[in-house]
Design a binder for this molecule. Structure first.
Ligand code: UD1
Length: 314
């Protein structure tokens, strides 16, 4: 019987991955989360199929026994957000770099079969060419981007020096059900969706002409499952994107069209550390992992809208 561990398993992406693993027939999934950004409710209807440990990923002594015997560890735990990492850089540095190091160290000591790491498209920074390909030189623009890139480098070093199979997936602006819209650091789509459902204006930072490759969360789950079973990928990095690109202005237009309302956005100053354009080249993930995105942006957006409509903020 396989043992899967998901760090950050009570978070937005981690809890979707837990559901994905259970759907694929995993009998028990082990979750590690300290509920700093995760939420216990995210695991509500799957709680009885989950072994939950309230552990901080920086705590090696607590991690080590939990990881023992694991076939795959999905390392999703992190303190996300570019602006958060600028306004309060110490916690994200500690968790994103040191936490990743401790997870890898514990995984190597426990002879874990594979670690699949949640890396970030922010590592690219601003590139002259789109879409962004894994062979481009990373140019992180924010502490968050650098921290996530350092985690990637640690993954490849653990593969090379300690024989630990690692795969890093550079997520491109993941969105969908359970993304938490309650903080100013929340992902933009959760904030836009909540704004449109409450019939109020969102704030767009800058001119709104920046673009993103928004990726539906179930696609990221499929990518992780593919990365967990692919052969000959130790130490490798793959983009986890949809392959498209849409500006924030177009995104807000689309939401207004779907909802049949007209609500002009408000504009604020551009955010420091913001990447201008982001779009994934998905070739490596297709050829190396056999992964093809299953949702167009609009399909994902409609699903996310319906989820938020039926799960209003408490
Ligand atoms: C970055 C990464 C992403 C990662 C995320 C984790 C890039 C290209 N992407 O996302 O892969 O998952 O960090 O936090 O680096 N915005 C508004 N109004 C708002 C909120 C945001 O206009 O209320 C704008 C931001 O200025 C930005 C865009 O929306 O231009 C997206 O912001 P956000 O959702 O925070 O994600 P990124 O920083 O792009």
């Amino acid at each position: 019987m396989s043992k899967y561990v998901v760090t950050g398993g009570a978070g937005f992406i981690g809890s979707a991955l837990v559901r994905g693993l259970l759907r694929k027939g995993a009998s028990k999934v082990v979750v590690i989360d300290n509920l700093l950004t995760g939420r216990a409710e995210n695991l509500d209807e799957v709680r009885s199929s989950v072994a939950y440990h309230n552990v901080d990923v920086r705590d090696y002594e607590a991690l080590a026994p939990i990881l023992r015997g694991a076939d795959v560890v999905f390392h999703e735990a992190a303190i996300p957000s570019v602006p958060r990492s600028i306004q309060d850089p110490v916690p994200s540095h500690e968790v994103n770099i040191n936490g990743t190091f401790q997870v890898l160290r514990a995984a190597a000591a426990a002879s874990v079969g594979r670690v699949v790491y949640a890396a970030s498209s922010s590592a690219y920074g601003d590139t002259e060419v789109l879409p962004k390909v894994e062979t481009m030189l990373p140019r992180p623009k924010s502490p968050y981007a650098l921290q996530k890139l350092a985690g990637e480098y640690y993954c490849s070093v653990f593969a090379g020096c300690f024989g630990l199979e690692t795969v890093a997936l550079r997520y491109f602006n993941v969105f969908g059900p359970r993304q938490d819209p309650s903080s100013p650091y929340s992902g933009v789509l959760s904030l836009f969706i909540r704004a449109i459902l409450e019939r109020r204006s969102p704030i767009i930072y800058g001119d709104g002409e920046q673009s993103r490759d928004f990726t539906y969360v179930d696609d990221v789950v499929a990518l992780n499952l593919a990365a967990a079973r692919a052969k000959d990928v130790a130490g490798c990095v793959f983009n986890g994107g949809n392959g498209g690109r849409i500006t924030l202005n177009q995104t807000w237009e689309l939401l207004q069209k779907i909802e049949g309302v007209q609500i002009p956005a408000q504009y604020g100053p551009p955010r420091p550390g913001d990447v201008r354009h982001s779009q994934a080249d998905t070739t490596a993930a297709r050829t190396g992992l056999g992964y093809t995105p299953g949702y167009t942006f609009e399909q994902g957006l409609r699903l996310a809208l319906e989820w938020f409509r039926t799960h209003p903020a408490k």
